[in-house]
Design a protein around this ligand. Sequence first.
Ligand code: UDP
Length: 422
Amino acid sequence: MPRPQLRRIATVSVHTSPLEQPGTGDAGGLNVYVVEVAKRLADRGVEVDIFTRAVSRDQPQVAELAPGVLVRHLAAGPFEDLDKSDLPGQLCQFTFELLRTEAAHAPGRYDLVHGHYWLSGQVGAVAKERWGVPLVQSMHTLGRVKNAALAVGDSVEPDVRLRGEAEVVASADRLVANTDDEARQLIGYYAAEPSRVAVINPGVDLSVFRPGSQAAARRQLGLPQDGVVIVFAGRVQPLKAPDVVLHAAARLIADFPGLTKQLTIAFVGGPSGTGRNDPDGLLQLAGRLGLASQVRLEPPCPQPELADWYRAATVVMVPSYSESFGLVAMEAQACGTPVVAAAVGGLRTAVRHGYSGILVESRDPGHYARAVRELIEAPAKLARLANGAREHASRFGWSATVDSLLQLYTAVTAEAAAAVEA
Ligand code: UDP
């Protein structure tokens, strides 16, 4: 049957709920992506049902996230957080519950399924066959990419993931890559068919992340007005290299002892991944480096508050080992704060070197320290990059992301309908 118009899609996010606070545990950019896209799709008349695993008995089976967007909590495995490595064993049950939910409605409830992360892609691949609809897949991160640049202290991504990812790549009708770099990785590491890979940049909520008074933000957050403030935001785990931020700060102070009393290093977020095995590691490292009184560890906070941290910052640092995009970098720039980031993966798109921030082609903290120092010493350059940051980020609103996704959804559903007719 031809499906002339998209009415409703099934979005699958097995391992993390869009209702979670991002910036800790398994909740991060993927959650933000799913929420921002779903709300905007619904605004344009496409309803979204988001399927995620229930982690507590108290969660309602169905919750309305926004008009036209439902979150469906499926019982699959124990009602508690599970490590990602335990989730493959729950996929069968999750898939069964997903199909059961759909079967309670008239046939044809969903026009398309969009999976987020490989675990959801595995579920989506079954739903696609059962419902006769296309599967669009966003990987968000890739095991082979992580393994190729494994962070010190991180564990190797297991074979079950690498094999599972390859299966998802083979069965998806379209793969959404965040950047050209991710498209190359999908093709190079996973033999994705190039014609099935679409590059669609994620976005930033420009109404939340907007420039504002640094002085007011610092007052609000209890930060000194005149100091240098370095902010790291997001999940604290080896992959994001928060230790590089501390080592770079120690280097800065060693070069400029005068900075000792002027420097604040703020980490906004909570432990995640293998970082959960060592939740006090950052504080201990700060102590060893003599930075205990300069460091502020802040719990993850809602985005309007996070925007204040970005505005308060002199620079935001994103020294990750790999990053499929790096929403934090984009959000900071939207607030008018230059970013010092690793020249890896999506950060090469999210940050324009020399225009909106500095990309560092090295993992050496000394190079990060030098990049920050060059900005502190040259207020005119810092101001120029702040302007560039705002301008660069202004090109990345979520509505452009959703425009492109809608085009992709429409094209792939039309192809599927044509294939059935042929
Ligand atoms: N975030 C948040 N509150 C915090 C820290 C982070 O809401 O206290 C959000 C942040 O706004 C961003 C996301 O978490 O949208 C992190 O996304 P990113 O792409 O930087 O990293 P990921 O978590 O996907 O690895």
